[in-house]
Ligand binder design. Structure first.
Ligand SMILES: [Zn+2]
Length: 264
């Protein structure tokens, strides 16, 4: 079964079993115990976040006791539950932080599948869409939703981006440089990986209008319009910030060809 379908099937069962006020946050480890999986916290060292182990016909999910943030722990638990649901024919799976950050849009390996399962289970599409329908997207909204779902800021932001119909872009900046930049299909510009981030000195914005030209230069200006609504959050543990850029440029996709021609 595909990861999203497997997670959605589990969501249906949970909603039949629980009253609506207990639907969120979803607790993957409680679900795992219901399946008869042993759940343990153990020191897995600095490399691994979680593991799915098997012996004598039993499965165990181990979560690294070094993880401090609840959101990261919960996502790791969802990821391991994903391995249990989708990949327990494999002998033993140990998952690093890189595995847990592997959220490229087209899943090609089991780590991406487990992440897709975790995202879908912890933040079901119908509920996220209902939450974001009435409000303009911003990091403040992402923060609110991360509390609702018990998820990390970054994984919540990725889910909001995935389910947003609007033109927006997420940028993760570490030590002042762009680590990744992930626009929706309607946002026609992206910051180069490794480039210095021009708004670094601001570190935290609550959805303020920003002149695109001054901050990001003529190409961004031509592609996404004169003004960007910018919000951001500091992640001091990681010396990083998460940014959201939203454009209100009303151009339709077929008009971007002209911009491309103009920019040569
Ligand atoms: Zn994994």
């Amino acid at each position: 079964m595909r990861p999203r379908a497997a997670a959605n099937q589990l969501t249906k069962v949970l909603r039949l079993a629980l009253p609506p006020e207990q639907w969120f946050p979803v607790r993957p480890l409680v679900i795992a115990r219901e399946f008869g999986v042993l759940v343990e916290e153990d020191d897995l060292g600095p490399t691994f976040e979680g593991a799915l182990l098997q012996a004598n016909g039993r499965c165990a999910i181990v979560i690294n006791s070094r993880i401090r943030e609840d959101g990261r722990r919960s996502f790791t638990a969802g990821h391991e539950l994903g391995h249990y649901s989708l990949h327990r024919d494999r002998p033993e799976l140990r998952c690093s932080l890189d595995d847990l950050l592997d959220v490229a849009p087209h899943p090609v390996n089991i780590e991406q599948e487990a992440n897709e399962f975790a995202m879908t289970l912890l933040m079901p599409a119908d509920d996220v869409r209902a939450q974001i329908a009435a409000r303009p997207p911003s990091i403040a909204l992402v923060r609110e939703l991360s509390e609702r779902y018990g998820t990390s800021l970054v994984s919540t932001a990725l889910r909001v981006r995935e389910l947003s119909a609007g033109a927006l872009c997420l940028v993760y900046v570490a030590s002042g440089r762009v680590k990744w930049c992930w626009p929706t299909s309607r946002f026609q510009w992206r910051a180069a990986r490794g480039a210095p981030w021009p708004l670094q000195q601001l570190s935290s914005l609550e959805g303020e209008p920003f002149p695109t030209l001054t901050a990001f230069g003529p190409e961004a200006h031509a592609r996404v319009g004169a003004q960007l609504i910018v919000s951001a959050a500091d992640m001091p543990h990681y010396d990083a910030n998460l940014w959201m850029l939203v454009t209100r440029d009303p151009r339709r996709p077929w008009e971007w060809g002209e911009v491309d021609a103009e920019l040569g």
